[in-house]
Design a protein around this ligand. Structure first.
Ligand code: PGA
Length: 267
């Protein structure tokens, strides 16, 4: 079943690198991660997109933004619209928990961002995930379901079907930047819950990649990629380190190969 879905490793550089340093780092990562069958995406800060795009020319590493605004244009000082990214990025992260926390983004705004991405031809990576107290109180799945339901409802309210090229990143908030990862089995259970919600919303859930994010390193990636329901990772801190990305993508390549072999065998 999961042979139908790509294995994806996306690096979220957050507020790191400058236009002077980003291209070199991106080129080094591209050169260190030439592994068959893994979709690689680098998401640098907006001002580094052009440098990264130029540095990655001639490679098949794709470029993503970290955010887009929920409106197409207008009086939104300091913001960046999806249309502004055409030609600079192929993907955009939306709904990252740091933006939910620091910019007060809610699921309605995030639903609109997905629509803006679709209009601009950007492939959205929608981040969902629970807080620590929600997990401790047994409400992790209910929280993620609530995020997805509200986001999808807003997309639908605008008269649009959820994009078939959507990617979901399950990122438990307590695991982001803390060095503490979820258990692979818990992430897989959540990925199944996510696909249940997608299927309820008439989305071809079996085709939607679900990534894990939160303190992923080359040492920690294994238990997530061992789970058939997890299709890769959204990597923060470790995505700024060439050796770490080399290790993570190499491990993802083993999964990609195994899954495409299994899919071919089943066909
Ligand atoms: P981290 O960040 O890998 O540094 O925990 C992941 C993310 O925020 O996407």
């Amino acid at each position: 079943m999961n042979g139908a879905r790509p294995v994806i490793i996306a690096g979220n550089w957050k507020m790191n690198t400058t236009p002077d340093t980003a291209g070199g780092l991106a080129a080094d990562i591209a050169a260190a991660t030439t592994v068959q069958g893994v979709v690689r995406v680098i998401c640098p800060p907006f001002v580094c997109l052009r440098a990264v795009r130029e540095a990655l020319q001639g490679t098949d590493v794709e470029v993503g933004a970290q955010n887009v605004h929920w409106e197409p244009a207008g009086a939104f000082t300091g913001e960046i619209s999806a249309q502004m990214l055409v030609g600079l990025a192929d993907w955009s992260i939306v709904g990252h928990s740091e933006r939910r926390r620091d910019q007060g983004e809610d699921d309605v705004m995030i639903g609109r961002k997905i629509v803006r991405c679709m209009e601009a031809g950007l492939r959205p990576i929608l981040c969902v995930g629970e807080q620590l107290d929600e997990r401790e109180q047994g409400r992790a799945e209910a929280t993620v379901r609530g995020q997805l339901d509200a986001t999808i409802a807003e997309v639908r309210r605008l008269g649009i079907d959820l994009p078939s090229n959507l990617v979901i990143a399950y990122e438990p908030v307590w695991a982001i930047g803390t060095g503490k990862t979820a258990r692979g089995s818990d992430a897989a259970t959540m990925a199944q819950a996510i696909r249940t919600v997608l299927a309820e919303n008439a989305v071809d859930a079996a085709r939607i990649p679900v990534l894990y994010g939160g303190s992923v390193t080359s040492a920690a990636i294994d238990e997530f990629l061992n789970e058939p329901d997890i299709d890769g990772a959204l990597v923060g801190g470790a995505s700024l380190k060439v050796d770490e990305m080399a290790g993570i993508v190499a491990r993802a390549g083993i999964t990609a190969q195994a899954r495409s072999g299994a899919a071919a065998g089943a066909a």
